[in-house]
Design a protein around this ligand. Structure first.
Ligand SMILES: Cc1cc2nc3c(=O)[nH]c(=O)nc-3n(C[C@H](O)[C@H](O)[C@H](O)COP(=O)(O)O)c2cc1C
Length: 195
């Protein structure tokens, strides 16, 4: 098992986490991935269901195929939702050179059987645990929500060993950052009441 090595406490780690979109080529070893999964499954879980299951993809060709499959599906979803008007950089999805996984060598997909109202919450809490643990270990992560439509295609699920009755919920790339990523801004917390 690999343990945190940046020396940051939890609060410092929360502040240091970034969505990293540039990675070095080095591949993550099994012990490191094991530590990340150990952190993930320590998340709170409604009625102690522990609904999560994980798929790890490190095969570069498979990641490339998945990215190519995902781009038009996500672009269509963006169009349908009218999001292209929101000012985000969705143009990249039309480029043959764009890798939705930002050239990271490891994709961890948190999956679950959608059996209850809290399954997605459980999986996203596990995702944040995983990302903070990675940050504490000096690794970068990024949620790749744009891969979800492709990940949940029947043929992709079959290829990735995701059973038909499971859904991919939280896809996260992990790797050694290619450089420093500046913090993105946040609004002040909107407090609606304090009674
Ligand atoms: C549900 C979800 C889906 C996301 N999908 C993507 C994605 O497909 N590609 C990507 O580069 N970043 C994705 N992100 C990362 C966000 O763009 C990022 O968290 C946001 O810009 C804030 O930046 P920060 O994480 O560095 O603070 C996603 C984040 C979340 C929570």
């Amino acid at each position: 098992m690999r343990t945190p090595n940046t020396g940051l406490n939890v609060f410092e780690t929360i502040l240091a986490r970034r969505s990293v979109r540039s990675y070095r080529h080095a591949i993550l070893d099994r012990a490191t991935v094991g530590s990340l999964l150990e952190a993930a499954v320590r998340a709170p879980t409604a009625v102690h269901e522990e609904p999560w299951a994980f798929v790890i993809v490190q095969d570069r060709q498979l990641l490339h195929r998945l990215s190519e499959r995902a781009k038009p599906l996500f672009a269509e979803e963006v169009r349908r939702a009218g999001l292209e008007r929101a000012g985000h950089a969705f143009d990249a999805f039309a480029s043959p050179d764009f890798d939705i996984f930002h050239d990271a060598g490891t994709l961890i997909v948190i999956c679950a059987k959608p059996i209850g109202p809290f399954v997605a919450a459980d999986c996203w809490l596990a995702a944040e645990n995983l990302m903070l643990a990675a940050c504490a270990m000096g690794l970068g992560t990024c949620v790749i929500g744009s891969s979800l439509p492709a990940l949940n295609l029947a043929e992709m699920k079959a290829e990735l060993s995701i059973p038909a009755d499971y859904s991919a919920i939280a896809p996260i790339v992990v790797g050694h950052p290619g450089g420093a990523t500046p913090a993105t801004p946040r609004k002040q917390p909107l407090i609606l009441g304090w009674h």
